[in-house]
Design a protein around this ligand. Structure first.
Ligand code: S3P
Length: 444
């Protein structure tokens, strides 16, 4: 049986280590979805084995795709574009994953039967109209018609039209959803998208799916159309920089420590965390950089940092650090001066309302914040040290909130009870094992 809560009463001791991090979540989910549309068996090595990824696997299996996990390789037997076995009364369960929930939709838009899509409590409070509206313009109907959240029913169509779509949120999920819809749509789809992670674009290029990209400063113009066929492929999935972020900050905030995180995805659309922390005075270096399947990968070297500076965070970095802000806030709490993060209303649309919850957790730790709907000011204190008892209980079981509090406990002290520790399994199943076995953290 899994533990009800974690008890952390001791800070972590100094360490000098090299670690590996679980596979990238965005790339793992995209690999599965695209492999399901390819012809033949694709192989994904080092696929992330987290609950979100299993939600993707389960949805694809429900749609008739054979998937086998053997040692560290995942075999996906693709049946070609729109090759799913549609049946009556199918329900697809996306679990906790916004990415699975939003990216499975464009692959089933030709289903002759209504398909139900559902998710867990956290996913069911998140906005799906951001993808159902543009899919509606392509010719897909969702029921109940005006409902914005899961569960929803999708009714497929054979009369689909290409659209011109403007993506203003900087959401890679919205952009990718419409990019995937092109596989089932005649003609060319045009997407004018605010910058966000570009893993789908890179995969399209490496799989020879017709794509052209005009790169702009804030927006990219992307044109996609369906290939006749996608060939099966092999992919070696690098470590996830969003999971790495917790260990980067753990090292920065622990005296006399040094950490190497090897073979991590270093796609520039994901490097906001490195840029922001280095601006705050951290010492993070990227080494041994190589190219794998069009993605940049390499090692991250990080040292403890004594004199952290506050930051007025440029909004141009928001999308490239969107999943890392919670842990960046912890660094801001230890920095000298007031940090300011703005235009971040999207953070409240995540697995939990992270801007609000992040502020609340900092306040619980005695850190002053000023919160608005889309910004936060954090009044940092380089001498911040925790002495009291703290509890993390009602947090929508958001995996990144759980990891934030674990790192806070191990670096700032106090006696912490972190409830529902299994929440971390949605994105980073090895999190506690690396902390305890590799780095010697005392967690009960
Ligand atoms: C993701 C995109 C981001 C991110 C999420 C994964 C993806 O969401 O927060 O964890 O794989 O495309 P948004 O597209 O909603 O910003």
């Amino acid at each position: 049986m899994s533990a009800k809560y974690l008890l952390i009463k001791e800070k972590i001791k100094k360490f000098k280590k090299k670690i590996k991090i679980d596979g990238d979540k965005s790339i793992s989910i995209r690999s599965l979805l695209l492999a399901s549309q390819a012809v033949g068996v694709s192989k994904a090595k080092n696929l992330l084995k987290s609950e979100d990824v299993f939600s993707a696997i389960n949805c694809l299996r429900t749609l008739g795709i054979k998937i086998i996990l053997k040692n560290n390789t995942c075999f996906i037997e693709g049946r070609g574009i729109n090759g799913f076995r549609f049946r009556k009364n199918i329900t697809l369960d996306a679990g906790n994953s916004g990415t699975v929930g939003r990216l499975i939709l464009p692959l089933i838009i030709k289903s002759p039967y209504k398909i139900k899509i559902k998710g867990d409590k956290s996913l069911s409070r998140r906005d799906f109209s951001r993808v159902t509206q543009p899919l509606n313009n392509i010719g897909i109907n969702f029921f109940p018609t005006k409902k914005k959240n899961l569960p929803l029913y999708l009714k497929g169509s054979n009369f689909l039209r290409p659209i011109k779509y403007i993506e203003r949120l900087g959401s890679a999920q919205c952009k990718t959803c419409i990019m995937l819809a092109c596989l089932n749509t005649p003609g060319e789809i045009e997407i004018f998208a605010k910058k966000s992670r570009n893993h789908t674009e890179l995969m399209y290029k490496s799989l020879n799916i017709p794509i052209s990209i005009k790169v702009g400063k804030k927006f990219d113009l992307i044109k996609v159309s369906s290939p006749k066929k996608i060939n099966s492929f092999k992919i070696n999935i690098p470590g996830d920089i969003s999971s790495s972020a917790f260990f980067i900050v753990l090292t920065i905030l622990t005296n006399d420590s040094y950490l190497i995180l090897s073979h991590i995805n270093l796609n520039s659309s994901r490097l906001g965390i490195i840029k922001i922390l280095n601006k705050m005075g951290a010492n993070i270096k990227l080494k041994n950089i190589k190219n794998y399947n069009g993605e940049r990968c390499g090692d991250i070297h990080v040292k403890s940092t004594k004199n952290l500076k506050s930051i007025n965070c440029p909004t141009s970095l928001n999308s490239s650090a969107i999943d890392e802000f919670l842990i960046i806030f912890l660094v801001a709490a230890k920095a000298n001066g007031v940090s300011f993060f703005k235009n971040l209303s999207e953070l409240n649309q995540k697995e939990s309302p992270r801007l609000k919850l992040g502020s609340k957790i900092l306040n619980m730790m005695g850190v002053k914040t000023k919160l608005t709907k889309n910004s936060i000011k954090i009044y940092g204190n380089p001498n911040l040290s925790l002495k009291k008892k703290y509890e993390l209980k009602n947090y929508y079981k958001d995996h990144r909130v759980m990891a934030l509090c674990t790192i806070a406990a191990l670096t700032l002290g106090g006696e912490w009870k972190v409830y529902n520790p299994d929440s971390i399994k949605t994105s980073f199943p090895s999190f506690l094992k690396i902390l305890k076995k590799n780095l010697g953290a005392k967690i009960h």
